[in-house]
Design a protein around this ligand. Sequence first.
Ligand SMILES: Cc1ncc(COP(=O)(O)O)c(C=O)c1O
Length: 428
Amino acid sequence: MAGELLQRRHRLLGQHAPLFYEEPLEIVSGEGVWLTSADGRRYLDVYNNVPSCGHCHPHIIAALTGQASRLNVHTRYLHNTILDYVERLTALFDPSLDMAMLTCSGSEANELALRMVRHMTGHQGIIVTDGAYHGNTEAVAELGTGFMPEAEGCQRVVGIPAPDSYRLPPGVTTETAEDYYVAQVESAIETLQSRGMGVAGILLCPEFANEGLLNAPEGFIDRAVAAVRAAGGLYIADEVQGGFGRTGHHWWSHQQHESVPDVVTLGKPMGNGHPLAGIIARRDLVEPFSATAMYFNTFAGNPVSCAVGMAVLDVIEQEGLMANAVSTGAHVKAGLDKLALASTAIGDVRQKGLFFGVELISDPATRAPDTRLAKQVVNQLKDRGVLISSIGQHNNVLKMRPPLPFGPEHGDILLAALGEVLLETDTP
Ligand SMILES: Cc1ncc(COP(=O)(O)O)c(C=O)c1O
């Protein structure tokens, strides 16, 4: 049956439409942090950050169906719901970030942010980190330095090495890492200026989530942003993965640093699975930009989407999901640290709230990335009923970011399964 489904998928969507696991899963329902496959097996979801309030949350479903059964229409009519939502959402940011433009995906949000900073600065140049993924439109694909065809030879984007504190470039030490990575930003600024592009901005995911959930050197972001601003550029924080309370202590991951972004892009968890995304930006950017650049997005910010977005905020607040991210995150981190002592395959454990990156290595002396083992662990965990994935430049970092109602009891299931898999596969 699964074979038939796979063949049909290949025929209709092509062989290259991305799919998880050596033996792909057919998921038919979800509830909280659990997913159920077509054969009735339950899987603990330690991967999906989009249904961040939990799969099929009843309060969010009620908001969606309630509004959908009254009215859904585009945003060129007056409607309280969009205003109530944007008012509540922007109140969660620095007071300078008081306006929103809604979109349907994180890619559209980043595309819009690029248009805005280029328009407002009159410059074209954008600095990004290598290995970051920011989405799928043509201009955003140019940001995929090192792996997107659109980025190849693109003159208006310069990639810098992602600020990795664990896997340092040759000759760089823990003490010199921050200066080294800031110098990369300064050099990127010079490159863009020498090309006549100028500096429109730096676009960073403050968690470096797609780069492997890196622990950047402490002062890197603030110093990088200061250098970009001195060159006339703006700071775009991509909160598509790090936002909506996942890191626990803050609503937004950029709030771990001093620098307040000029534009923030949002997506994934914003609608708990409903396509809701957008940008939050300063009034002095949004007003002049939208006065000249016509921006209308048929589905974005419709009453149903905004009712859903509002319900997501209700759940995060009413169910204490950020406090849970702090406490369960610490519980799981302690368990992962313990596992790291028992398994030489774990080189580094990184965690922010309910966001975990576990770096697998084949040799503690050289820290050589173990891509093969990461693939094996992901597939074997799936066989044990636990869903995770891998990420990073070498695809050797176990990537775990469960729905936020993930409790310590779920963490214990993950830790037990991961311990079994790693200790079974560990080579002495
Ligand atoms: C950090 C980041 N930004 C932007 C995007 C693009 O979002 P979307 O897939 O909703 O277009 C992604 C998607 O994975 C992402 O991880």
